[in-house]
Design a protein around this ligand. Structure first.
Ligand code: ATP
Ligand code: MG
Length: 419
C-alpha cells in the first residue's frame, strides 16, 4: 500500500471530548473515525487490524470444533418473551423498533434465543451432540456510558460461541477447552501476560462464570489477582467464603483495575427448557440440552491492546495483528536513485508475501518518523541516500527501538522468522 494513496491522514491532536487513550491514538493515527459517542467507523488501517484479530479468534475456535455461522441482527419479540428477556425491565440495553408492516422488532444484543430455537431443527438425538456453533456478528446495546473509546460501544462485533452438550461432564470438558483457547488467543495478540482468568458471578445456573480480564488503568472492573497462580477474582464475587472455596489466600491477592476482554458462561438448561431444545438418549428418554456461551469482543480487544502496549509516541502493534508488517520510509528528497531503490524494495518484499506500507509521500523526515511511531507498524525500514551508500537498509523495531543495518536477504530472512 502506498501511503500517498491512503485516504486517511494522521493528526497531531485528538478530537475534543475524546477522553480514552485508545480512541485518541486510533483516531490520530487514522484507524477509526468517531461517528458519535459509542459509535466508531473502522477505516482501512483499523479494519485490517480488526480482521486480523478476528482471524486469530476464528483459528482458535475452529481448532476446538467450532462451526461458523452468521445470524441476523433482527430479533423476534415472541421468542425472547418465552425466556422473559424481551421486556425493558428484564433487559435494559435493548434497541427496539417497529416494523412498517406492524409489530415490534429488536436488534440483537446477544443470540441465545434465536440459536437455541434454530438448533431444535437439527438436534433430536444424543447422536447429534455435542455441537459448537459460533459467529462474528454485530451486537447492539444501548449502553448507559460510552467513555472507553472502542472498548465500550453501542454497536460492536462479538464472537459468540454456544455449546450444546448431553451431560454436565461433557459440557465442562468443552468449557475448559474453550478457556484454554481464550488464553491462547490473548497470548497470540500480545496481551497474554497481562490477562487473567477471573472468577466472576455466574447467574442462575452456575456459581461462577469465567471472565478474562486484562490489567489496565483504563479498565472499569476491579479484580483481585494472584500473580503466582495466574488467576483472579472479580470484586463482585470477592468475599471470604469464595476465597476459601477457590483456595486463595487474601494475603497473596492484589487489587487491580482491569478490562473484561472475554467472558465464558455456563447456561445449564435455562434456554433449552424455555424454548424446548431436547434430545433423546439411548433409551429414547428425552432430556434438555446443556448449554454454555462464550463471548469475546474483537473491538474491545483491539482497544485493550492499544491501551496496554502503546508508548508516549504512539501505538505498538504485535506482529500477529499489525495492519502491515513493514513501514517502508522513503527519504528520497527528489533523489531518483533513492526512490527507485525504495520502489524495488517494496516490490521485492510484497512479492515475498510481506505486507508493506510504503511512505512515498513528499514530506519531511521528521514528520514521516513521527507518523510511523504513531501508526505503530512493528518494523520500520528506511531507504535514504545514506542507506543507499551503505548498501544496507536501516531497520528499526517499533517495540524496542533497536536499529540494525540489513541487506535484503537478511531482512527477508528476519521477517520470515519474527514471531
Ligand atoms: P461489560 O460488563 O463490560 O458491560 P458484558 O459482561 O455485558 O460486558 P458480555 O455480554 O459478557 O459483556 O459480552 C462478551 C464480550 O463482548 C465482553 O467480554 C466484551 O469483550 C465484549 N463486549 C461487551 N459489551 C461490549 C461493548 N459495549 N462494546 C464492545 N465490546 C463489548
Ligand atoms: Mg461479561
Amino acid at each position: 500500500m502506498r501511503q500517498s494513496q491512503l485516504f486517511t491522514k494522521t493528526r497531531r491532536e485528538a478530537p475534543q471530548g475524546e477522553v480514552s487513550k485508545n480512541a485518541q491514538l486510533l483516531i490520530r493515527a487514522g484507524y477509526v473515525h468517531k461517528e458519535m459517542a459509542g459509535a466508531y467507523t473502522y477505516l482501512l488501517l483499523g479494519h485490517r487490524v480488526l480482521q486480523k484479530i478476528i482471524g486469530v479468534i476464528r483459528d482458535e475456535m475452529n481448532k476446538i470444533g467450532g462451526q461458523e455461522v452468521f445470524m441476523t441482527s433482527l430479533q423476534d419479540p415472541e421468542l425472547w418473551a418465552k425466556t422473559g428477556r424481551w421486556s425493558d425491565e428484564a433487559v435494559d440495553i435493548w434497541f427496539k423498533s417497529q416494523l412498517k408492516a406492524g409489530g415490534d422488532v429488536g436488534l440483537a444484543w446477544s443470540h441465545e434465543e434465536p440459536l437455541t430455537s434454530l438448533m431444535r431443527e437439527h438436534i433430536s438425538s444424543y447422536r447429534d451432540l455435542p455441537r459448537y456453533v459460533y459467529q462474528f456478528q454485530t451486537k447492539f446495546r444501548n449502553e448507559m456510558r460510552a467513555k472507553s473509546g472502542i472498548m465500550r460501544t453501542r454497536e460492536f462485533i462479538m464472537k459468540d460461541l454456544y455449546s450444546f452438550s448431553t451431560t454436565e461432564a461433557d459440557f465442562r470438558k468443552f468449557y475448559e477447552l474453550c478457556a484454554q483457547a481464550y488464553l491462547a488467543i490473548f497470548n497470540r495478540v500480545g496481551i497474554g501476560e497481562q490477562t487473567y482468568r477471573t472468577f466472576a458471578s455466574g447467574g442462575s445456573f452456575s456459581k461462577f462464570s469465567d471472565e478474562f480480564q486484562t490489567v489496565s488503568e483504563a479498565g472499569e472492573d476491579f479484580i483481585y489477582v494472584d500473580e503466582g497462580k495466574r488467576i483472579a477474582v472479580n470484586k463482585e464475587v470477592y468475599n471470604p467464603e469464595v476465597l476459601t472455596e477457590l483456595g486463595l489466600d487474601k494475603n497473596n491477592l492484589k487489587e487491580m483495575k482491569a478490562i473484561e476482554v472475554g467472558n465464558i458462561f455456563p447456561l445449564g438448561t435455562r434456554f433449552s427448557d424455555a424454548l424446548g431444545l431436547t434430545y433423546k438418549d439411548e433409551e429414547g428418554k428425552e432430556h434438555p440440552v446443556i448449554m454454555g456461551c462464550y463471548g469475546i469482543g474483537p473491538g474491545r480487544l483491539m482497544g485493550t491492546i492499544v491501551e496496554t502496549l502503546s508508548d508516549d509516541k504512539g501505538i505498538v502493534w504485535p506482529k500477529s495483528i499489525a495492519p502491515f508488517q513493514v513501514h517502508l520510509i522513503e527519504l528520497s528528497n527528489g533523489n531518483a536513485d533513492v526512490h527507485n531503490e525504495a520502489q524495488e524494495l517494496y516490490r521485492e518484499l510484497t512479492e515475498a508475501g510481506v505486507e508493506v506500507l510504503w511512505d512515498d509521500r513528499d514530506a519531511r523526515a521528521g514528520e514521516k518518523f513521527a507518523d510511523s511511531d504513531l501508526i505503530g507498524i512493528p518494523l520500520r525500514v528506511v531507504v535514504s541516500e545514506k542507506t543507499l551508500a551503505a548498501g544496507k537498509f536501516e531497520c528499526t523495531q517499533r517495540s524496542s527501538g533497536k536499529t540494525e543495518y540489513m541487506s535484503l536477504p537478511d531482512l527477508t530472512e528476519s521477517l520470515a522468522h519474527a514471531e
